[in-house]
Write a protein that binds this ligand. Sequence first.
Ligand code: SAH
Ligand code: SF4
Ligand code: F3S
Length: 461
Amino acid sequence: MSNVFVPKSEIEKQKEIAAGLHNATVNKKACVQTYGCQQNVADSERIAGALRLCGYELTTDTSQADVVIINTCAIREHAELRVLSGTGQLKKQKEKNRDMLIGICGCMAQEKHRREQIKRSYPYVDFIFGTDMHHRLPEIIRSALSSKKRVSFVTEVPHNEFGVISEDMPVLRESSYKTGVSIMYGCNNFCSYCVVPHVRGRERSRSYDDILNEVNTLVKNGYKDITLLGQNVNSYNGELSFPGLLADIAAIPGDFWVRFMTSHPKDASDELINVMAENEKIARHFHLPFQAGNDRILSLMNRGYSKQQYIEKALNIKEKVKGISLSTDVICGFPTESESDFLDTLDVVRSVGFDMIYSFVYSPREGTPAAVMEGQVPHEEKVRRFNALTELQNETALKNNEVFVGQTLKVLSDGSENDAYIGRSSQNKIVAFDKPVREGVFTNVLIEKAQPYALVGKVTD
Ligand code: SAH
Ligand code: SF4
Ligand code: F3S
């Protein structure tokens, strides 16, 4: 793909437009609501950065806001329904504040049928923009402020082409000590159930220098937990391959962890596993979605690996990277999945022993091949399988956590929540401890008790 990089002149133009808005945005507030994955969280931080550049003060309270932007997710029907009901709730606020602007962006905004629905049924939405348009937010806000009509900024381009990368727009991060850094965007895998390649466009990678500069600055500014983000980070295709990039980031001086999300099993290479094994600064956590255990279903899903290949890869990671925790995603009730096919899913769970499973009931997505396959599984059956999986996982997770009892773990404090002091370990385990530690500071905790989804212990330093 050529020319994915937005020219610097375009970015300069947007910065000028933003400066020109400052008179109109004096004492005005903006709010960004985020649904969906970490990629969306990272996008929202760029949206917030652009809003601040336009002169807005950021707030998390929609009732205070003069502009509300809803960054949407389209991964499952449930996610879309939540967005629509959240949008519906803003109608009342707009009745009180007629000048309030409401904008919709993100993955739903990339779907034609949803855009049409929003235009039809949500007349109080003032502007819609796609995932390729974040850098043009100043221009979008200017149009929305000056136009009485709704404005739409979504590129309608053929599937095999779309996707840009914009650098040098400001980012306003939610946390001062842990954050995500996108290293690539889009997806070329076209798993047959998944909407992401349809809404996020083709794979494209940021340059090695841009990523290294960003991470270096974050480390200098005290960030302790940095997650490299991409739909499939192993497809990173900059000046180095992903394992090379990861090794170079781990070599940046300073006390921090680097993580990554997500890895496709067909592309998680031995080189990556070796780089992890050799670098303690790469967090001891691997998220490796397997989706389903049965080979026929895996092939219908277009996943590109077999049950056996997956199990071997997962066990190999566990063996080579000592103390690693493994998490995964599973879909229950993909079209034509029978009870005995589902038993293969449970079998993978037993063979690998995951620390965490994110399980989902299959949700047909318009425009994907699986949505029109014969043999859709009834909803109750999908839910039954989901529950069976959860039950098995609860037992496995507890067994995995019991291993940590008696060990001292390095923990990054998240401060206190509901009167408990909590943080995360390198394995991404939630750790509760006995005394306050400032958020964003590393501490050592002697683990005394295991629960299925948390460890409990005493601070030792
Ligand atoms: N790029 C990542 C996943 C992105 S979506 C990867 O390939 O692993 C996150 C998870 O949502 C997927 O792993 C899958 O388990 C789930 N998912 C995606 N489409 C879905 C659908 N149509 N129904 C139910 N779950 C789905
Ligand atoms: Fe979706 Fe598959 Fe791409 Fe992940 S790899 S985003 S599941 S198409
Ligand atoms: Fe949702 Fe888009 Fe992420 S569909 S899961 S927000 S890439």
